[in-house]
Design a protein around this ligand. Structure first.
Ligand code: GLN
Length: 303
């Protein structure tokens, strides 16, 4: 298959819609991103990598980090985690507080902010350094030693992070955070603020395409856990538009308000598309369009 030609066609399809999205502005450091920027990369399970557009431009991974924190927490033996976080779609915005009170501080799934805060808390207990664990994993899978937290973005998030602080304190009041709230928030903001490019993320996403096996052939996750993460990504990975994403793209995927979307094709590879302009739900307009085109045009699909 000529992957480069496929990626170029998907980029051409996405280009006309790029101006329809707006970069996230509730985190001021992200507001100045160029909505016309676009990149896309594909990595196969056996190590082939291709990319088009600005596929080597680092961007803020934001909620894409939630996939890696969950994988790492489960890899470190965190399966009791499922008593502290559910696996149902929330049908609500990613930063919503509304279900937490009636559901006794147990978030609906690991991919909304409340759920990710619980997973970060668990990873902090298991490793002592949740942010560091995410950065190390991304560096090792991509070989890009320069991957790191963008501290200006992390500070901007922290300065405007009232909602995340509210979610964290509220869950702590139910006993569902075990570390000090400020520590959990710091690691959460700093892992969301990691800067990486489409190539790096596609290569790291291949762990899930290889059913839990890392690029060096060692196993990070049990096959069952990899299957479960992919399943929850499909149903919950793109906020309250997970149904729309499943309909249009049809792959397990995780989006972030930096404009990236990482999609997994079990057994084949991973594809990451990025463009900072977001739709009202917070998913990248350009990345969605490109991934939709990609799965229509190729046989990279789970359906
Ligand atoms: N850091 C962002 C937040 O907490 C992540 C949200 C996202 O990418 N959906 O609001």
């Amino acid at each position: 298959m000529d992957y480069l030609e496929l990626l170029n066609k998907s980029m051409d399809t996405a280009k006309p819609v790029l101006g329809r999205g707006t970069p996230a502005d509730y985190i001021p450091a992200l507001a100045c991103a160029d909505p016309y920027a676009f990149g896309m990369a594909l990595a196969t399970v056996d190590g082939e990598v291709h990319g088009v557009g600005e596929w080597r431009t680092p961007f803020s991974i934001q909620s894409i980090s939630k996939l890696f924190t969950l994988a790492l927490a489960l890899a470190h033996g965190g399966s009791p985690l499922w008593q502290r976080v559910g696996r149902e779609p929330s049908g609500n915005p990613f930063n919503s507080l509304i279900q937490l009170e009636s559901e006794q501080g147990v978030p609906r799934n690991p991919f909304i902010n409340a759920g990710a805060l619980v997973v970060t808390d668990a990873l902090l207990t298991l490793t002592g350094d949740a942010r560091g664990a995410v950065v190390d994993l991304l560096r090792q899978e991509s070989g890009s030693e320069g991957i790191d937290t963008d501290l200006a973005v992390a500070e901007s998030e922290a300065a405007h992070g009232h909602r995340n602080a509210a979610l964290a304190h509220f869950m702590a009041s139910f006993g569902n955070l075990h570390n000090p709230v400020d520590d959990v928030l710091k690691h959460y903001f700093e892992q969301c603020s990691v800067a990486a490019d489409c190539r790096d993320l596609a290569m790291a996403g291949c762990i899930l395409a290889r059913h839990g096996v890392r690029g060096d052939g060692t196993r990070l996750l049990g096959r069952g856990d990899a299957k479960r993460i992919n399943a929850v990504l499909l149903t919950c990975g793109t906020y309250d538009a997970a149904g729309e994403f499943a309909y249009r793209v049809g792959l397990p995927g995780k989006s972030g308000v930096g404009g990236g979307i990482l999609a997994i094709v079990p057994g084949r590879g991973a594809v990451c598309a990025w463009s900072p302009g977001l739709d009202p739900v917070g998913n990248s307009v350009g990345a969605m369009a490109a991934l939709e085109d990609f799965t229509h045009r190729s046989d990279w699909s789970v359906f």
